[in-house]
Design a protein around this ligand. Structure first.
Ligand code: NAD
Length: 460
């Protein structure tokens, strides 16, 4: 069957909209894709050599399609008018005010795009929720359409994105599944099939799951909640390992060998970060409360409490190791992104740890291979005037007179640092706090470092 989709519009050129559309553009060279955003600076960056986000493989993908069938602009209204299918990929942060504050999703951007669609679409379209939204948001979008003057019947689909930052391109190339939810009406089912046809160009049919709207919307929140829960579960065990002499990596290997548990996502660390896990769990908690299920809400909230405790526990360990005095001590911070292979710092655990060290008046020399200095200053709510926060362009610059190295992101390059030279440059005793368990602790101890890590029997 020939595809009826010739033009796609994606509203929101962020971590999801940009990479997702770059992949579709590469797999479907006959479809024109307009990625639009209200942020002019971001669009200018998408049209430049240095893209606004870092993802391995992304710049090649964009270079191949940009100007051919992939276009970045701020021309939202035109792109909506011309498109057969419109993806909504805008941000859906946690609400900071009013009803549901600090829990519910703030849907004002989704609503604003829905209004722009209602006002500009001159014929019925397929509208796809790509953003992560609370279950039953499609109802709210539909209400906006129904209240509009044109009253076109746009089909609303839910097609949540499961990519993980840092591996976005391989996740998009070969996803575990594509989920498409829609109304179980002839029009809804036809729209589901049209969207499935696009993905089916490179993704086998058996990996495309078709459901009703509400199952699809809810599944995205649940997937993130389960992933975060695994991190909090292993982190809770890491604390117990430190008390008992068990090694959390050995425990993870032993339990992960059970095929019912599986080995992935069992790395103990300072905790999860990123823009999604916390906000999606808060959203789930809010939904449970809203539907009168306080026990279920409490259960999921504990995943976040465990994560906060882990970050605090790690920062406290650093302060405790210096007998509660790190005032004026120089501390090397390796990594600021919330995980490796991304320049995203949203909800990075590095922020909480650094803030805690700054509260204690330490001086931080921070290095991250991909995060721009302005993002670090913004995240720490400070600027270059603050002499306690120094951003370095080379990890070796952070060791001079430092008392401790603190690893906050698992960048591969941190394994290749010359730690003998680092040790020589540092004040003694020199400490390493490995918040990601990525370094060779035995070797570091041999060099003379005092090493603290997560969930390991720590030497005195
Ligand atoms: N980042 C991830 O790893 C990830 C993964 C899966 C799902 N998601 C979800 O996808 C959605 C987008 O996330 P993101 O990380 O790409 O966010 P982002 O903040 O990087 O990008 C969102 C973009 O939408 C733009 N925007 C907002 N309102 C607009 C409007 N009215 N018109 C045009 N543009 C508008 C913003 O300017 C911004 O550039 C969120 O709901 C998120 O939960 C994110």
């Amino acid at each position: 069957m020939a595809s009826k989709i010739h033009k796609i519009c994606c509203v929101g050129a962020g971590y999801v909209g940009g990479p997702t559309m770059a992949m579709i553009a590469n797999k479907c060279p006959d479809i024109r894709i307009d990625v639009v955003d209200i942020n002019e600076k971001r669009i200018a960056e998408w049209n430049s050599e240095i893209l606004p986000i870092y993802e391995p493989g992304l710049s090649d993908l964009v270079a191949e399609a940009r100007g051919r069938n992939l276009f970045f602009s701020t021309e939202t209204e035109r792109a909506i008018r011309e498109a057969d299918i419109i993806f909504i990929s805008v941000n859906t942060p946690t609400k900071t005010y009013g009803q549901g504050a600090h829990r519910a999703a703030d849907l004002r951007y989704v609503e604003s795009v829905s209004r722009t669609i209602a006002e500009n679409a001159e014929e019925p379209k397929i509208v796809v929720e790509k953003s992560t939204i609370p279950v039953r948001t499609a109802e709210a979008i539909r209400a906006v359409f129904d209240a509009s003057e044109t009253q076109h019947h746009h089909e609303v689909l839910s097609n949540p994105e499961f990519l993980a930052e840092g591996t976005a391109i391989s996740d998009l190339e070969s996803p575990d599944r594509i989920l498409i939810g829609g109304e179980q009406t002839p029009g809804g089912l036809e729209a589901i099939n049209q969207l499935a046809d696009i993905y089916n160009r490179w993704i086998p049919e058996e990996r495309i799951i078709k459901t009703n709207l509400w199952s699809s919307e809810l599944s995205k929140l649940v997937a993130n909640a389960f992933l975060a829960q695994r991190v909090s579960s292993i982190n809770s065990i890491s604390a117990l390992c430190e008390k008992t002499g068990a090694d959390v990596d050995e425990v993870a290997k032993a339990i992960g060998a059970d095929s019912r548990i599986g080995p992935k996502f069992l790395n103990a660390s300072i905790g999860f970060g990123g823009s999604c896990f916390e906000k999606d769990i808060l959203n789930l908690v809010y939904l449970c409360e809203h539907f009168g299920l306080p026990e279920a809400a409490q259960y999921w909230e504990s995943v976040l409490q465990m994560n906060d405790w882990q970050k605090q526990r790690f920062a406290d360990q650093i302060v405790d190791s210096f007998f509660n005095t790190i005032t004026d001590k120089v501390i090397s911070i390796l990594g600021f992104a919330f995980k490796k292979d991304t320049n995203d710092t949203r909800k990075s655990p590095a922020i909480d740890v650094c803030k805690r060290l700054l509260e204690e008046k330490a001086t931080l020399l921070i290095y991250d291979p991909k995060v721009e200095p302005t993002k670090i200053y913004d995240a720490l709510e400070t600027d270059e005037e603050n002499s306690n926060v120094v951003i370095c362009s080379d990890p070796n610059q952070t060791f001079e007179k430092a008392q401790a190295i603190v690893v906050l992101t698992e960048w591969d390059e941190f394994k290749d640092i010359d730690y003998e030279a680092a040790h020589q440059a540092m004040q003694k005793p020199a400490w390493i706090f490995d918040g990601r368990n990525v370094l060779d602790h035995k070797k570091l101890t041999g060099i003379g470092f005092k090493v603290r890590s997560i969930g390991k029997p720590n030497e005195a």
